[in-house]
Design a protein around this ligand. Sequence first.
Ligand code: SAM
Length: 308
Amino acid sequence: MTLYKNKNKKKMHQNPHKSKSHTPVLQSEVINNVKPQKGERYLDATAGFGGHASAILGLTENYAQSVLIDRDEVAIEHLSKMFKGSGVSLLHQDYLSAAQELLLKKRAFDIIFADLGVSSPHLNEVSRGFSFAKTAPLDMRMDQRQEKTAGDIVNHTSEEQLADILRSYGEEPRFRQIAKLIVKNRPINSTTELAGLVRQAWGGHSRVNPATRTFMAIRIAVNDELAQLSKALPIWLKLLAPGGRIAVISFHSLEDRIVKQFFAGESGNRYDAALTLLTKHPVTPGPHEIANNPRSRSAKLRVAAKQK
Ligand SMILES: C[S@@+](CC[C@H](N)C(=O)[O-])C[C@H]1O[C@@H](n2cnc3c(N)ncnc32)[C@H](O)[C@@H]1O
């Protein structure tokens, strides 16, 4: 576990940090549903550029018993400057292994929050290979210490497996044609080469850039995003103190389905239900937020509380 702990417990001013690089999505909706209280312990599984963390910690003011996680080094460097001297713990690792270790240490939290997917700086930094707009190596790793890259998946996965990734993670209708073209044209070395093959498979029949779905599918596979979420949810439930709230923002229908089914399975009119749903339906951004931050378009927030 890579632990960055700021030893100086100097008290922070209310909401002292403003992220310059990533606009937090559904921020007031998170606060209104989670209702952070002074003194509560906060676990942010995907702290990113600290927008949500700063708003929530500004209300709880309990930095010393709170933990912020991100598997991306750039995010962790940003967070360590942003929260310097606050006493909050930063973990540079994936949220699943972090949750397992926190459980072993018998830690507990009153608020657990995950804002899934990539951040704007990921998408904007060409060299990370998340975007097909400019030429870059096929990377797409959130954690650059990880070995497996998008290039490994594109160049070394069987045609059948590639088609499966494109169909299930990207909901790509032309999954078979794209997988076939990829295998025929290997090795594929750059983002724009890959995007070109997807365009070829679509033959000009798509109005939006058809590479969006393929890139999302490969990113999900590289970072094992769905398995991370489905395995972490039951551990987060164990880490949650009685009366604690868990909130998840997802950007992909498969992620939202995992959260919805987990919450539904743990709630309901049963004597042993662990959770109470605080959002019956997912909370989505209004037209104003979507106009100001188009990335928020597909966001869905679900919140539940653990029984007391
Ligand atoms: C949408 S951003 C979070 C933005 C953050 N809420 C804010 O206000 O700045 C998602 C972040 O989660 C991180 N991330 C995604 N999956 C992760 C995982 N399995 N473990 C740890 N961090 C993860 C990404 O590196 C990225 O920085």
